[in-house]
Write a protein that binds this ligand. Structure first.
Ligand code: SF4
Length: 68
């Protein structure tokens, strides 16, 4: 699984960082940035998937159908 974050859509709800703190960090205003290159390990998959589903503005996007 691989995701990307569209920071232009992020509205600073901070939900992603709660579900997957290893993948998303928040700046001082609560806006998210993504850690790493978007590859999600098997262990992190659930948290990242939750973040993806729960992001109110759908700023987290699953990439293509690459393996993993
Ligand atoms: S959950 Fe969505 S809107 Fe909220 S901080 Fe993360 S990317 Fe931004």
């Amino acid at each position: 699984m691989r995701v990307r974050l569209d920071r232009t859509m992020c509205d600073g709800f901070g939900i992603c960082a709660k579900h997957a703190p290893e993948h998303f960090s928040l700046d001082d205003w609560g806006y998210a940035s993504m850690e790493g290159d978007g590859s999600v390990s098997a262990e992190q998959r659930d948290g990242v998937h939750r973040a993806l589903l729960d992001c109110p503005v759908h700023a987290i996007i699953e990439m293509g159908s690459e393996r993993g």
